[in-house]
Write a protein that binds this ligand. Structure first.
Ligand code: ATP
Ligand code: SKM
Ligand code: MG
Length: 199
């Protein structure tokens, strides 16, 4: 049975986050399938902030879906566009939750920009859970390989030490999107306003 969310506690934590985030956007990083987009939208709703997704912004700028960008222009050009788009979002969307593409935080310039202008949350999940989720749709070009689970596992091993540079880490587990969103908000409240204990 899903846990009932205590909306009063969520709202109290949301207020703590908004009071202490000093006008910085909250940036969600992590592997494909972690829930950055779908959970990120709920975080934005609870915090009464906008939601923006760097993958969507890249698709908008390129006028084509991500798999087509990879096919037409190659990964290198996609990554250059991703770095530019995230730099722009950090400058222009301060009252937003910015969800990023899975590979975005591997770029040193993007890491520096996020550290300087945002508050960074790593939404972390076990590889088995990630695989179950990404298997639902065929929209991740990096997994178009003969052994998608092996590819995903290799990316996890390669990326997790770098993702660990985020300001805070929240586990994505078997719970509703809303529950994970509320856990992100609680972790943010504790990180930004550590002296006040929530009851
Ligand atoms: N807590 C959750 N409970 C149930 N399903 C979830 C949960 N979190 C994510 N999912 C599902 O997993 C899939 C992937 O989620 P989502 O698209 O948000 O991941 P992402 O981190 O944005 O991935 P990408 O980096 O590829 O954009 C979606 O079908 C989403 O509904
Ligand atoms: O993990 C990755 O490198 C990617 C994740 C997606 O969000 C997209 O940004 C793209 O498919 C690449
Ligand atoms: Mg996404």
């Amino acid at each position: 049975m899903p846990v009932e969310l205590d909306s009063t506690v969520v709202q109290r934590n949301a207020e703590r986050v908004n009071t202490h985030r000093a006008g910085k956007p909250i940036v969600i990083i992590g592997m494909m399938g972690a829930g950055k987009s779908t959970v990120g939208k709920r975080v934005a709703h609870f915090l009464n902030l906008d939601f923006v997704d760097s993958d969507d912004e890249i698709e908008l700028a390129a006028g084509m879906p991500i798999p087509d960008i990879f096919e037409t222009h190659g990964e290198e050009e996609f990554r250059a566009g991703e770095t530019r788009v995230i730099a722009r979002l950090l400058r222009t969307r301060r009252d937003a939750i910015i969800s990023t593409g899975g590979g975005a935080f591997m770029d040193a310039t993007t890491r520096k920009n996020i550290a300087q202008h945002g508050i960074c949350v790593w939404l972390k999940a076990d590889v088995e859970l990630l695989f179950e989720r990404v298997s639902r749709r065929n929209t991740r070009p990096l997994l178009h390989t003969p052994d998608p689970f092996g590819t995903l596992k290799a990316l996890v091993d390669q990326r997790y030490p770098t993702y660990a540079e985020a300001d805070l880490t929240v586990m994505s587990h078997e719970a509703t999107h809303e529950q994970i969103a509320s856990e992100i908000i609680e972790a943010l409240a504790e990180h930004l306003d550590p002296n006040k204990k929530s009851d």
